[in-house]
Design a protein around this ligand. Structure first.
Ligand SMILES: NC(=O)c1ccc[n+]([C@@H]2O[C@H](COP(=O)([O-])OP(=O)(O)OC[C@H]3O[C@@H](n4cnc5c(N)ncnc54)[C@H](OP(=O)(O)O)[C@@H]3O)[C@@H](O)[C@H]2O)c1
Length: 299
């Protein structure tokens, strides 16, 4: 008997994470993506009407005002998109008997702990982005115990360039590149995230709060150096393989305060799914080879 396909509706489907989820899950499920202008989550009143006309088993919220510095000034928009809209989406999902998968961030923590944060640790966001994301989490989880909040960190994937891609691009043009050496977290492969979360399509699997990232930890500089190493191996010609260190305090252009250590423990995810996230370097290498090796090899 053919396995039942899950009907998945992804809002904000052009995002870095959501785009990868859409592509990966479409191989085995019935996946629909909605993005602006068809659906603007800040128009809170329109959400029940638009979603009420659609059928889905799992609703995924890929939207977010993710520019951490912009959130400090665009406070009203950040609050609506990151805090209020998730609550409304959670209610819409509940009304249809569906599970919501909503994403949050390591930036809900202040970074003072020096070991990986678990789901039990008390959040204490430093900036407005983290504050609004935390409120969004609470609104989702208060609505329905089946819903899920998934905290991720340093996401990379093929839909949209991220830190690794922009550093590789800079190293192709410039002799010197730099990255922060005293801020630590763990990169998260968007494609691996799709694999882990597919497990939660089964409605009997417990919802709640989960941390999801690859294993290991690194500074931004170490992350950058590995990206350049793998890009060289994949055949790209770089002007430098070295990433010069700068400190977080030197980043005068940063407006929002950021946690210096925001590694997430994935023990709960592994215990629930039986899948232990692979090391970030392996996932990053695979991503870089898939994206850049075809460009570098002559046709
Ligand atoms: N990337 C990371 O490193 C990271 C780290 C921690 C947590 N997260 C969380 O992961 C989730 C996804 O992040 P991401 O990296 O995929 O972000 P992203 O690439 O910035 O995507 C966010 C998407 O939200 C959409 N959006 C924003 N406001 C909207 C609105 N009013 N109505 C409809 N769509 C709207 C944007 O649409 P447009 O394309 O139209 O602008 C964009 O496609 C977010 O919840 C974020 O907080 C990400």
């Amino acid at each position: 008997m053919a396995e039942k396909k899950t009907r998945v509706l992804i809002v904000g489907s052009r995002g870095r994470l959501a785009g990868s989820l859409l592509k990966y899950w479409s191989k085995s499920h019935e996946v629909t993506g909605l993005a602006r202008p068809a659906l603007d989550v800040s128009d809170l009143n329109s959400l029940p009407r638009i979603l009420g006309d659609l059928e889905f088993d799992v609703l995924v919220n890929g939207t977010g005002l993710t520019n951490v510095d912009r959130c400090e000034s665009a406070r009203e928009e950040a609050h609506i998109v990151n805090a209020l809209a998730p609550g409304v989406l959670a209610k819409c999902a509940s009304q249809q008997g569906a599970r919501l998968i909503h994403f949050s961030t390591d930036y809900v923590f202040d970074g003072k702990k020096r070991e990986a944060y678990s789901e039990e640790d008390t959040p204490a966001p430093l900036g407005f982005y983290g504050t609004t994301k935390l409120e969004g989490e609470q609104r989702v989880l208060e609505q329905d115990a089946r819903h899920m909040v998934v905290r991720v960190s340093w996401v990379f994937g093929p839909t949209k360039p991220s830190f690794a891609d922009s550093l590789i691009e800079r190293a192709m043009r410039e002799d010197r590149v730099q990255a922060i050496e005293d801020k630590f977290s763990c990169p998260t492969s968007a494609e691996d995230t799709a694999r882990w979360l597919e497990f939660f399509f089964e409605s009997s699997v417990e919802g709640g709060l989960y941390h999801a990232c690859n294993s290991g930890q690194c500074s931004w500089r170490e992350y950058g150096e590995k990206a350049l190493e793998f890009a060289s191996e994949a055949g790209l010609t770089l002007r430098t393989n070295q990433v010069a260190p700068i400190s977080l305090a030197d980043m005068k252009q940063f407006i929002a305060p950021r946690p210096v250590f925001s590694m997430l423990s994935t023990r709960k995810l592994a215990a629930t799914t039986g899948m232990t996230p692979r090391n970030w370097q392996e996932a990053l290498r695979e991503y870089i080879f898939k994206k850049y090796a075809p460009i570098s090899s002559p046709t």
